[in-house]
Design a binder for this molecule. Structure first.
Ligand code: SAH
Ligand code: SF4
Ligand code: F3S
Length: 456
């Protein structure tokens, strides 16, 4: 059916953001109009995340809001997509938890590998037929679909899907299925098209992006070829697993000038005992040596990580080892979470024996520590000039722009005639733990510095 309006909300990781662009592309091709205002939507979609309990709770709260829209207009079709669709399946139609006061909110349930079926499922839903498609695939990678991208500057490209690592706390292998990679040439074709359309930044995405393999080429080959398409395009990638961080890859990140000198490398814990229980397949010694190698090959590299506090049986001693690791590595940033038991995972079968209060206490302790470290790292940049890709206006005012450096540091600075999509050089005047603040770009021109072009 054509002419209908579709609205989508996206939760979870960047893979979900990229998937929503695939979903919108499929629906647009089928004649739907994409809108940003939920109140006039004929179809309301929510692309969901199951990684932690609070992610799910937030989305369940949104279903309550969708119920209100549906009560105003009973013809509205509500679709639950993504990881919760895969996990809860028909329960989304039937469980009280998702259907407040037994009002049936959800009409269609579509897992991450079934988005091609959306036009049929939505059109059947117009005729009152609920529909579900949640089969996980060993081959689906949507490689012939051009995502409907919002930004004309930064693009995500999913290069592989799924995860085979089975960390014992993690639901992703169950909601996303087995690892599979797109053929290298197919990705390069997409990069070339983006280059022709004027994109300035491309992020290669995968749950384990550095375990990419199409049978002939590995991730190091892929990122090198990607970087060489157009030196004016900055290349980022996420998420890397420590186990798959090869010397060849580190060398290519170091030597290709337009690959961002930024690596997100989740470690989860500093305790070998916990790392082993988590099935992370490496110990802290391996991680420290890897970090030393990366810092050696890529001077001033920026690093970030993920940490979980209160994994089952985690003691104060284990927690202190995580603190030691954070102090030693001095990450530029970290995403930190309290452990949340997830059905199906290995850890779900062992008691969740660290109390909620203790998990939060440990979490707050590492957040406070990491903020200090991030602030110290950022403070070192005061007085330096950094090259920034301008991404938009700052939250506060249109007189200020925001962008990121090739170390993925957020910078806010006065507009002074600059425009979104340009590279510029900014002199850092101030910093907090999350953001660098620049003085007007022209101020240092007056001081006799040259303005930078795009990366060499
Ligand atoms: N593929 C990536 C990220 C997966 S999910 C990786 O290999 O690290 C993002 C982060 O969520 C994880 O790194 C982990 O820190 C956190 N996470 C995953 N499952 C969790 C759980 N059950 N409880 C708390 N945090 C969790
Ligand atoms: Fe989850 Fe581990 Fe796979 Fe990351 S590597 S998605 S944490 S199972
Ligand atoms: Fe969440 Fe699924 Fe991503 S569980 S983190 S949306 S892969």
């Amino acid at each position: 059916m054509t002419g209908k309006k579709v609205y989508i909300e996206t939760y979870g990781c960047q893979m979900n953001v990229a998937d929503s662009e695939v979903v919108l592309s499929i629906l647009k091709k089928d004649g739907y109009e994409i809108i940003e205002d939920i109140s006039s939507a004929d179809v309301i979609l929510v692309n969901t995340c199951s990684v932690r309990e609070n992610a799910e709770e937030r989305i369940i709260g949104r279903l309550g809001e969708f119920k209100r829209h549906k009560m105003n207009n009973p013809d509205v079709v509500v679709g639950v997509l993504g990881c919760m669709a895969e996990k809860f399946r028909t329960k989304l139609f039937t469980d009280e938890k998702f259907n407040f006061k037994n009002y049936s909110i959800t009409d269609i349930v579509v897992g991450p590998d079934e988005y091609r079926k959306l036009p049929d499922l939505v059109s059947n839903a117009w005729h009152g037929e609920k529909g579900i498609a949640v089969k996980l695939s060993r081959v689906e990678n949507y490689d012939d679909i051009t995502p409907l991208r919002k930004s004309g500057i930064s693009a995500w490209i999913s290069v592989m899907r799924g995860c085979d690592k089975f960390c014992s706390f993690c639901v992703v292998p169950f909601t996303r299925g087995r690892e599979r990679s797109r053929p290298l040439q197919n990705i390069i074709d997409e990069v070339e098209t983006l280059a022709r359309t004027g994109y300035k930044e491309i992020t290669l995405l995968g749950q384990n992006v550095n375990s990419y393999s199409d049978g002939n080429f590995d991730f190091a080959d892929l990122i090198q070829k990607t970087a060489r398409v157009d030196r004016n395009i900055r290349i980022l990638f996420t998420t890397s697993h420590p186990q798959d961080m090869s010397d060849k890859l580190i060398d290519i990140i170091a030597t290709e000038p337009n690959i961002a000198k930024y690596i997100h490398l989740p470690v989860q814990s500093g305790s070998d005992r916990i790392l082993n229980l988590m099935n992370r397949n490496h110990d802290s010694d391996y991680y420290f040596k890897l970090i030393a190698k990366i810092k050696n090959f890529i001077p001033q590299v920026s690093l970030s990580t993920d940490i979980i506090t209160g994994y089952p049986s985690e003691t104060e001693t284990d927690h202190q080892l995580t603190i030691e690791l954070l102090k030693e590595v001095k990450f530029d940033g970290a995403f930190m979470f309290a452990y949340s038991p997830r059905e199906n995972t290995k850890a779900f079968s062992v008691p969740d024996d660290v109390s909620y209060e203790e998990k939060i206490r440990r979490l707050n302790e590492i957040i406070e520590l990491q903020n200090k470290i991030s602030l110290a790292n950022n403070t070192e940049l005061i007085g330096q000039k950094v090259k920034v890709l301008i991404e938009g206006y700052s939250k506060k005012t249109k007189d200020e722009l925001k962008g990121r450096t090739d170390r993925n540091k957020k910078v806010v600075f006065p507009k002074n005639g600059h425009d979104i999509g340009e590279y510029t050089e900014v002199l850092i005047a101030r910093a907090n733990s999350a953001t660098l603040f620049g003085s007007p770009p022209d101020e240092h021109l007056r001081n006799g510095h040259e303005r930078a072009g795009p990366p060499a």
